[in-house]
Design a protein around this ligand. Structure first.
Ligand code: CP3
Length: 343
């Protein structure tokens, strides 16, 4: 059976616009919370193929998305490199910070694939369990975004610790980024080997970076990952998502060579249609907070997005992930609205 989402990524859109949602598996679903509550730690959950495959399938059963995103987290990569990573309830991720030569020495690729191998097992299971018309998406964080967590030891406003290390100790910062390029490339290639149809690289924190540093910290490492993936899997589409990159988006698309780019909620769509969709597939960009209130305004916005991007390849998605307070029935209404649209 043809996979509409995969075909659209390859530049062959059909009449219907395919869709999936970032954080489509998550706390807004009661069946997710049930599985989540049966595990002690979030990392252990990510490394449990039965549970991770189950929560990946849950939203597909409910809403019939065209794409299923592997359940894992971007912080699996630093964990695989030997950094201590854990999640604190009500706080979010915590890591033992890597911010000097001594802490950097604790990282290595040595045990990486053993440590994260269960994620590949999740992909293999999903490959057999997913309906044949659903595209299986693998993913990883981009080096810059992952480094912001590794260096600060937690999520941070303005990513001060990573920026200051990048400027103040470019040699050490460069070593961290090079290791992330190696690990992320191998991690994504292994996901594709295991059965992922396409992959997305999340650069959630690429906002307000000076253009010289956007080139070094965002474009160059992502471009290197894309070229290493292409050398092994030339046919597998790659989605880039440099969130909040704004006017730097066309440069990102041209330089990195992605097949599709995720648009965050603030990107004006007439501009995106002209400057980006004329070259590659675009994905996005409904405000996840509008799905909390739902109703007529959500339906009207969904139809506006579909109309404005119907001239080329478009995958409907959010501009960022679902928030936990999203009512599941609003996701149902949004899904039906997208399915009913014809280009
Ligand atoms: O459904 C999916 O989208 C697939 C799974 C997925 C998760 N995280 C599961 C998750 C994906 C693709 C991610 C990516 C991710 N993780 C990003 C990039 C995308 C983005 O949102 O910007 C980032 C920055 C992270 C790091 C991360 N993971 C944070 C900051 C948090 C805590 C915030 C929160 O929502 O609690 C997580 C935890 C996390 N990852 C949850 C889920 C479903 C919630 C934790 C829980 O269930 O207890």
């Amino acid at each position: 059976m043809t996979k509409l989402l995969l075909e659209t990524l390859k530049g062959n859109p059909g009449e219907r616009v395919p869709f999936w949602f970032m954080r489509q598996a998550g706390r807004y679903l009661p069946e997710y919370r049930e599985v989540r509550n049966s595990t002690n730690s979030f990392m252990e959950f990510c490394y449990s193929p039965d549970k991770a495959a189950e929560v990946t399938l849950q939203p597909i059963r409910r809403y019939g998305m065209d794409g299923a995103i592997l359940f894992a987290d971007i912080l699996v990569v630093p964990d695989g490199l030997g950094q201590k990573v854990w999640f604190e309830k009500g706080f979010g991720p915590k890591l033992d910070p890597v911010n000097d030569e001594a802490t950097f020495k604790g990282l290595s690729m040595g045990a990486f694939h053993d440590k994260v191998g269960n994620v590949y097992e999740t992909v293999r299971r999903l490959k057999t369990e997913l309906p044949s018309d659903v595209t299986l998406l693998g993913f990883a964080g981009a080096p810059w975004t992952v480094a912001t967590y590794m260096i600060a030891g937690q999520g941070s406003k303005d990513h001060a610790a990573a920026r200051q290390l990048g400027y103040g100790n470019p040699e050490l910062f460069g070593k961290i980024m090079d290791m992330l390029v190696d690990a992320t490339s191998e991690y994504l290639i292994a996901q594709i080997d295991a059965g992922a149809d396409a992959v997305q690289i999340f650069d959630s924190w690429s906002a307000a970076i000076p253009e010289t540093m956007f080139e070094k910290w965002i474009i160059e490492p992502t471009k290197e990952i894309v070229s290493r993936i292409r050398a092994k899997h030339a046919e597998t589409p790659i989605i880039g998502f440099p969130r909040l990159a704004g006017a730097a988006l066309p440069r990102f698309v041209d330089a990195v060579g992605v097949d599709c780019v995720g648009l965050d909620t603030g990107v004006p769509l007439d501009w995106a249609a002209k400057e980006i969709q004329s070259k590659v597939c675009v994905q996005g960009n409904m405000d996840p907070h509008l799905v909390v209130s739902g109703g007529d305004l959500m339906v009207a916005e969904a139809n506006r997005i579909l109309e404005q991007l119907k001239g080329g390849a478009h995958i409907f998605n959010l501009g960022h992930g679902f928030v936990p307070e999203t009512p599941p029935e609003n996701v149902a209404l949004l899904s039906e609205t997208i399915k009913a649209f014809r280009r």
